[in-house]
Design a protein around this ligand. Structure first.
Ligand code: RIB
Ligand code: CA
Length: 314
C-alpha cells in the first residue's frame, strides 16, 4: 500500500527532482504540492512545479500556491548565487496543461489534513512558512499529521551562512514553530545531503534511462553541479547534493539516512547564527528530544533509488 505524502516546495532544481521521485515512486501516493517563497519568488515556484508535472505527464496533480514571504522578517536575499544552482524558471517548457488550483496553499493544507485519516506524511523541502502558518491558523491539523520529514537544518556547516541552512535561515521563526510543534519530525540536513552526492556519471546514467524524468533530473543536476563547483565546491568536484530528493527517498526507505533523536531548536535572535539548528547531542538543555536529526546518508542507495524511480513513466 503506497504511503500518502504532501510536498511543500520552493521549486528549484532539487525540489523538481523530489517532486518527480514522489510522483513516480510506486511506494508513494503524492496527494498534492504546495508552493512557498524560497529559492525564487513563489509564483516562479508554482510555474516550475506545474512545468514538472506537465513534463512527466501528470498535469492533474493538485498544486496550490502559498506564502509569498517569511512570517516575521524582511525577505532576505541569499548571499550566494542561488541562480547558478536553481535559476528563476526551470529549463522545461512552460506549463500548458497543469494549472494552479484556486485557494491558498495554507488553506488547502488545513482542509486536506482535517479531512484526512491522519495518514499523510508532510514533506516540506523549502522554507517552513506555509507549515507554520497552517499550524498557527488551525492547530487541530497537528493531530492529523503523522510525521513531518523536513529537508533543512545543519550541524557541521551551513550553506546560506556559516551557521545556517537555507530553508531554516530564510524563515527561522517559521522553522522554530514547526520543530517545536510536538509531532514526529525527521530533519534531512546538510550533514546528510552533502554525503549523498550525484555525479556527472550519474547524470549520464539518468539520461540513458530514456524517460522524461531521467532527462529532467540529469539536466537539473548538471546545472547544480556547475553551480556547486563554481560557488560551493563539495568534497568531490563534478558532483552535487540533490537535497530535497533525499528527503523524499527517506520517506520511501528510512534506512537511507542515519539519524539521532535529540533536542533541536532554531536560533532566531543572534547576530551571527540566525537560522542555526541548535543540536543538543549531549542533552545539556534538559529539554526532551524532539527531532530525528540526520547526520549521514547512504550515497550508493540514493543514486540507485533515483535511477530506479526516475526510470519509470506515468
Ligand atoms: O539548503 C538546501 C535547500 O535550500 C533545498 O531545499 C534547496 O531547494 C533550497 O530550498
Ligand atoms: Ca527546496
Amino acid at each position: 500500500m503506497p504511503s500518502k505524502v504532501i510536498l511543500d516546495v520552493d521549486t528549484g532544481t532539487d525540489d523538481a527532482v523530489a517532486l518527480m521521485v514522489a510522483a513516480l515512486s510506486p511506494d508513494l501516493e503524492l496527494i498534492g504540492a504546495t508552493t512557498v517563497n524560497g529559492n525564487t519568488a513563489v509564483h516562479n515556484c508554482t510555474e516550475n512545479t506545474l512545468r514538472v508535472f506537465d513534463w512527466i505527464g501528470l498535469p492533474g496533480t493538485p498544486v496550490h500556491q502559498g506564502m509569498t514571504r517569511p512570517l516575521a522578517r524582511e525577505q532576505m536575499t541569499q548571499r550566494n548565487p542561488a541562480g547558478r544552482i536553481h535559476g528563476d524558471l526551470l529549463d522545461l517548457p512552460p506549463a500548458t496543461t497543469a494549472r494552479v488550483q484556486p485557494g491558498h496553499g495554507v488553506d488547502w493544507l488545513i482542509d486536506t489534513y482535517l479531512a484526512s485519516d491522519g495518514d499523510i506524511t508532510l514533506v516540506p523541502v523549502g522554507p517552513l512558512t506555509n507549515i507554520a502558518m497552517a499550524i498557527q491558523k488551525e492547530p487541530r491539523i497537528l493531530a492529523k499529521i503523522p510525521e513531518i520529514v523536513i529537508m533543512g537544518g545543519a550541524h557541521d556547516h551551513g550553506n546560506s551562512t556559516p551557521s545556517a541552512e537555507f530553508n531554516i535561515w530564510l524563515d527561522p521563526e517559521a522553522a522554530r514553530i514547526v520543530v517545536n510543534c510536538g509531532r514526529p519530525i525527521r530533519m534531512v540536513t546538510l550533514d546528510a545531503t552533502h554525503r549523498a552526492l550525484v555525479s556527472l556519471d550519474d547524470c549520464r546514467a539518468l539520461r540513458s534511462l530514456g524517460t522524461p524524468a531521467g532527462e529532467a533530473a540529469a539536466r537539473f543536476t548538471e546545472k547544480r553541479i556547475e553551480g556547486y563547483d563554481a560557488t560551493q565546491p563539495m568534497h568531490r568536484a563534478g558532483a552535487a547534493p540533490v537535497h530535497d530528493a533525499l528527503a523524499v527517498c527517506a520517506v520511501i526507505d528510512p534506512s537511507i539516512i542515519t539519524t539521532h533523536f535529540i533536542p533541536v531548536d532554531v536560533e532566531t535572535d543572534a547576530e551571527l547564527s540566525v537560522g542555526r539548528t541548535v543540536c543538543d547531542f549531549r542533552f545539556r538543555s534538559g529539554m526532551p528530544a524532539n527531532v530525528h536529526f540526520a547526520m549521514d546518508a547512504d550515497e550508493p542507495k540514493f543514486v540507485r533509488m533515483l535511477l530506479e524511480i526516475l526510470g519509470r513513466t506515468a
